[in-house]
Design a protein around this ligand. Structure first.
Ligand code: AMP
Ligand code: TRP
Length: 334
């Protein structure tokens, strides 16, 4: 079976190191394997929480620019915007009607995002994982590169697809997608709290490295990153229960394309300040070309818009047969 890759990011705030190491690096890897890849900027997902329209438009281009700057080649992969492909919302509605609320009640991301104000959260935020399932199933994707936090949503997507195939299509209509979650940093944690994941929406900017941070900012953030009173652990046993130490080691391993074990071998027994200095230098070396390419792309939005137009046309073309099939199966008049 040929591979079809689909993944997406929300155009909210600036992309951070977790997006890069947990997802984007694998987008590029799969592209280089020669698979057909579609990478979406999911603005319909973004409005599940309030957005400023001007900023949303800007962030949509910025997310596309980050994809390209990180290595997505528009000649090899398609980059599209979700709202330009109406089939996402159409399929999501059908799947909303077929998904039991009990399945959604288990979703931990909703619980985290809605917090204590569950009654004030939008219906869209609640049904967001169903829209995500539609994003994936619409393209009959075989593999979905994401960070570890999206695993539960991928499992829901698979459950929805299996149920649709069994009870409605009565055949293998939807491809059952596989999550692609690999690398040494599938869950990058906050620099200030090893129990929280690094997030672009966290209040404090010091908790994350943004793809747009300059060298000084990166150095300052790693310098102030929380660690413990010990030395850098030299092996897995010494690292146990030391979330902050493991996080820095994982980031270093992912950025240098080695393993956590190799990093612990190199830095074990040294001061954390040694690891932090090396980490800053490495992060700057890896991220600064991406940042400057992103800035260049944002200076020429006409070119970016052209790339998105090509991607949107292709996404619409690929989505159409799936949506038509679903409408037929559901008994819609046509
Ligand atoms: P989002 O920022 O929620 O749109 O996430 C876009 C992609 O980045 C998804 O595949 C996430 O799983 C991934 N991602 C976001 N934050 C992290 C993190 N801290 N560590 C690893 N992957 C992440
Ligand atoms: N829910 C994902 C996130 O918050 C973003 C997303 C939306 C996505 N649709 C998707 C990821 C489809 C992979 C495939 O990170």
């Amino acid at each position: 079976m040929t591979k079809r890759i689909l993944s997406c990011m929300q155009p909210t705030n600036k992309l951070q190191l977790g997006n890069y190491l947990g997802a984007l690096v694998n987008y590029v890897k799969l592209q280089e394997e020669g698979a057909e890849c579609l990478y979406g900027v999911v603005d319909l997902h973004a409005i599940t929480v309030p957005q400023d329209p001007q900023i949303l438009r800007q962030s949509t281009r910025e997310t596309a620019a980050a994809y390209i700057a990180a290595g997505i080649d528009p000649k090899k992969s398609f980059i599209f915007t979700q709202s330009a492909v109406p089939a996402h919302a159409q399929l999501a509605w059908v799947l909303n009607c077929l998904t039991p609320m009990g399945w959604l009640n288990r979703m931990t991301q909703f619980k985290e995002k809605a917090g204590k104000k569950k009654d004030q959260a939008s219906l869209g935020l609640y049904s967001y994982p169903v829209l995500m399932a539609a994003d994936i199933l619409l393209y009959q994707a075989t593999h979905v590169p994401v960070g570890d936090d999206q695993k539960q949503h991928l499992e829901l997507t698979r459950d929805i697809a299996i149920s649709f195939n069994q009870h409605h299509a009565k055949r293998e209509f939807f491809t059952i997608p596989e999550p692609f979650i690999t690398g040494e940093a599938t869950r990058v944690m906050s620099l200030r709290d090893g129990t929280q994941k690094m997030s672009k929406s966290a209040e404090s900017d010091m908790t994350r490295i943004n793809l747009t941070d300059d060298a000084d900012m990166i150095a300052q953030k790693f310098k102030k990153a929380k660690t413990d009173a010990g030395m850098v652990p030299a092996n897995a046993a010494e690292a146990q229960g030391r979330a902050e130490a493991l996080n820095l080691i994982g980031i270093y391993a992912a950025l240098s394309d080695t393993s956590k074990d190799a990093v612990m071998n190199e830095f074990g027994g040294k001061q954390f300040s040694d690891l932090k200095t090396a980490l800053s230098d490495l992060a700057v070396a890896k991220l600064s070309p991406i940042t400057s390419r992103m800035n260049e792309l944002m200076d020429d939005t006409a070119e970016l818009d052209k790339i998105l137009k090509v991607g949107n046309d292709r996404a619409n073309e690929l989505a159409e047969p799936t949506l038509n099939g679903v409408m037929e199966i559901m008994g819609f008049w046509s």
